[in-house]
Design a protein around this ligand. Sequence first.
Ligand SMILES: [Zn+2]
Length: 310
Amino acid sequence: MSQILAIDEGCILNYVEIANKLFFIPGENDGRYPFSNSLFIDDAIKVLIDTGIGSKLAAELAKEKKIDLVLISHGHEDHIACNYFFEDAKICCHKLDAPPIRSVEKLKELYDLPPGIELEKSIDLYLRDFFGLKDSRVDLEFENRHVFDLGSIKLNVIHTPGHSAGHCCFSVPSERLVFLADIDLSTFGPWYGCIDSDVDQFIKSIENIKGLDFEIAISSHKSITYGRETIKEKLDAYLNKIFEREKKLIDFLSEERTVQEIVSQAFIYRKLPEPKEIYEHFEKVMIEKHLERLARKNLVRRTNRGFKLL
Ligand SMILES: [Zn+2]
């Protein structure tokens, strides 16, 4: 098991009651990557949403509560790392994200790192050693609008693709609560660096959530937001990050630029974190998705060297 995921010796399993039978469980490091936050529902059927809280906390939770269902928002490592602690629970996810949950190799394919170079080796080490990621069972594959009847609480699936193909939010209409997962309201903004990520779908998904009425929103990496207007403002600011990035890209393309020249501007990351070569790859994937989007809208054209505004 990873040393890093068990690093925080002082981290205590904390159930924060946010509504009747609904408990927010902050992940280690306040749920910041490589961890994530969870929601625990203490109904007749006991549910845990996501297992990225950290191995110590997940082990404690598995001991304290008899979890019946583990619902996975999407198949990224920081949301599924501790699935294996919940041996007696049914593990459920959207059908499009079942493959990378079942197979670490599939997840690696979605990161699509160039083959045969150090990068590819390091993603393998990263997922298997750092995260301790293993192939996981998936017992139930759901789709949009699936309803889980947990006893007194009904939990709805809202398919929100974009970050990944099968990314889902979960709502509890009786409490006007939504678990936003990686529509995470971070100041970084939306992340779409995998091959199954899609900028247009991400925009639609955020708009879709914005159109629904919630009083409580839980983010996988940014805790809880209360109040309908505040939630909408944060969703707007989050969505606008996509357009801000695109505006910078459009301005830069007033002259012909190669993809590498664009990537070196780091419009998405601003400053590439370490390991730089991996984040440069994500920067490139996300920039290419913007270029495709702008080409579809007839705003940019491909040239011999790269791209230019039309
Ligand atoms: Zn994710």
